[in-house]
Every structure is written in C-alpha cells, then in structure tokens.
Design a protein around this ligand. Structure first.
Ligand SMILES: [Zn+2]
Length: 339
C-alpha cells in the first residue's frame, strides 16, 4: 500500500510520478487558504524510507510550504508506529527510553530552563543551574512575561518528560499524544497523558492556562483548526506556545533538500515566521513574541552531526546562530485576549 503512495527516488521521473504531477490539483494552503500553491522543485528524501522523495509546494500568498503528495492518515500512522519515527523509536523497540550522557545533559539543561523561566513562582537555583538556564533559554523557549495559572496542556507530549518538569515547578500539567506507543511509555513513567489530537474534544473549553504545542503544528492536517481549538481550551488571558521548524531560515536555505526540518512526509506544513504569526492572529490570538531558535535541526542535517563531538560543537554553533537571530526553528508566544 505504501508503494502506491510513496514513490522511490528511482521512480521520481517515472510515469507514475509524472501522472501525479500532471493530474493532481495542489491542495489549498493549510495556513491562509490560498488555492495557489506552486512546485518549488525541491525533493527532500524521507528519513524513514530511505530513497523515498517528496515534493515541496509553496503558497504564493503566505509562503508556507506543504509536502506533496500528502499522505493519508492511515499511511501516516504507519510511519509514526513503524519503529523508525524518532520520538517513539525507543518505545517501539522495547520499553522506556534509555538516554545517553548527552541526552541526559540536554534533559538537565531543559529542566533548568523550565525551572527558571516557566515556574509559577520564583525558584531557588544554584548559580550553575541559572547559567545553564540562561545558555539554553533560546533552545527550550522562554516566555516574554511570567506565566500564571495552574493548568498546562502539552500537545504532542511524546514521552511526557516536559510534563514531569512542569509539574516540578508548580504546574498541574497533562499531555496529549496521538502515538499509542508514546502514551504507553509515558504511563509507565506515571505521567498523565490522554491519547488523541487537540481537535478530538478531549477537554472542557477554557480549562487551561497554558497550551504548549511544541514540534506538532507542522504535523497536523489542519493547523488552523488546531489553533482554533487551543483558543477554545484556553482561559481568557491564557498563553499559547508554539514551536515549529522555520522553512525560510538561513540554515534551511543553505542546506536545501538536506535540511532535516523538512522531515517528509510526517511534516505536512512548513511554516515561516510570518505565516506562523498569521496562523495565530487569524485564530484570535494576540501576539506577544516570536523568535528564531535552534532546537537541534542542524545537528541532524549534517554528516557526523549525530556523533557526541558533533552534537557538542553544534550546540555552540547553534548558540552563535541564535545570537544572530538566524535559528532554524521558530518559537511563538501569544495570548487569548481577556475579552
Ligand atoms: Zn498560504
């Protein structure tokens, strides 16, 4: 079944591919609804089925890009639960994820950031932890204003470790996750997680103070419906936090088809800073901040970037890139208006 949809690179110029290119109507832009999306000519390769390529089309209005041919929900499920998808790979291969020392260090840095920037009240921290939080704030996101309230929802929570960290600094946090293996993994850790999508009516309206949608919006079929639902689930004044790869970043342009942020076919929409802002404001949010951030896309795009030495070097390269405002992900903070 997959073979009827995912054309291999050796088939790129085959009749089947040409038929699709000639006969398929490009779908309207998922962000602004404009019907005019044009072929960019870029053909990134899927990291899950080596050699399988997809096309990137671009909206002529908001410049968002989309993956074509767009896989069906059934085929997407095969990718997520195949054992090859990165955030559930360990779970599908037998239980709770075992972290290497670099992953543990990264996790510790995020814990410091969450403690310093996301706490519901000031936290006592050592000088070293404070320095780590400051160093990593761009990577993990830092609210432009104090977050207040008690209930947090982490959409696409993966193994749920962010929820643990949020609960440690005073939140009553819960996760939402589509992957059955990720939900099972989180439950093994005693983390409160609901299986489903944001648009599935899993929660009461106005029941959250913060909704975090981190590395998710690029995966969903209808990002506008997702943000509309987030607006409905937030209390007036509540915070929306979104992180996505930035398809118009300098890194994406330099690396072209090799940029790992394309992540075809599971990334359906490829945002840029302006189109993400448009998505938030068109669904009724007041913008607070949107900034570029590097969250690890570069290290997974380059040769040896996944080695320990490569990852350490890239952390500092990312820091430099972030200092120049050129990170290849976007972090957006917006609020549901009080009225
Ligand atoms: Zn558009």
């Amino acid at each position: 079944m997959l073979n009827t949809l995912f054309y291999g690179s050796d088939q790129l110029l085959s009749d089947k591919w040409n038929d699709w290119m000639m006969n398929s109507e490009s779908s309207p832009c998922a962000v602004c609804g404009n019907p005019g999306c044009v072929d960019t000519g870029m053909r990134p390769t899927s990291p899950y089925k080596q050699g399988y390529k997809f096309a990137l089309f671009q909206c002529v209005s908001c410049q968002s890009m989309n993956t074509q041919p767009s896989p069906s929900d059934a085929d997407l499920s095969k990718y997520y639960d195949s054992g090859e998808y990165y955030s559930t790979k360990e779970a599908t291969q037998g239980g709770v994820r075992k972290l290497g020392w670099l992953d543990r260090l990264r996790r510790y840095a995020r814990r410091c950031c969450v403690k310093y920037y996301w706490g519901t009240q000031p936290q006592t921290m050592s000088t070293l932890d404070h320095a780590i939080a400051t160093f990593g704030k761009n990577r993990f996101g830092w609210p432009p204003d104090s977050l207040t309230g008690s209930r947090m929802l982490d959409v696409g929570c993966g193994d749920g470790t962010f929820i643990q960290e949020a609960n440690e600094v005073g939140w009553d946090a819960i996760g939402l996750e589509t992957s059955s293996v990720a939900v099972a993994n989180a439950k093994k850790l005693g983390i409160q997680v609901v299986q489903g999508e944001l648009t599935d009516d899993c929660f009461e309206s106005q029941s959250f103070d913060v909704i975090r949608i981190w590395s998710v919006l690029e995966h969903v079929r209808d990002p506008i419906a997702t943000l509309n639902k987030a607006h409905n689930l937030l209390r007036p004044g509540g915070w929306l936090v979104v992180q996505v790869p930035n398809a118009k970043s300098t890194i994406a342009k330099l690396l072209g088809e090799r940029w790992s942020g394309w992540d075809v076919p599971v990334h359906l929409t490829h945002f840029n800073k302006k189109s993400l802002e448009l998505a938030a404001t068109s669904t009724g949010f007041d913008m607070a901040t949107v900034h570029n951030a590097s969250t690890g896309t570069l290290s997974s795009s380059i040769a040896y970037g996944g080695s320990s030495a490569g990852r350490i070097i890239v952390v500092f390269v990312d820091k430099l890139i972030d200092a120049m405002g050129q990170g290849d992900c976007i972090v957006l903070f917006a609020r549901r208006p009080l009225q």
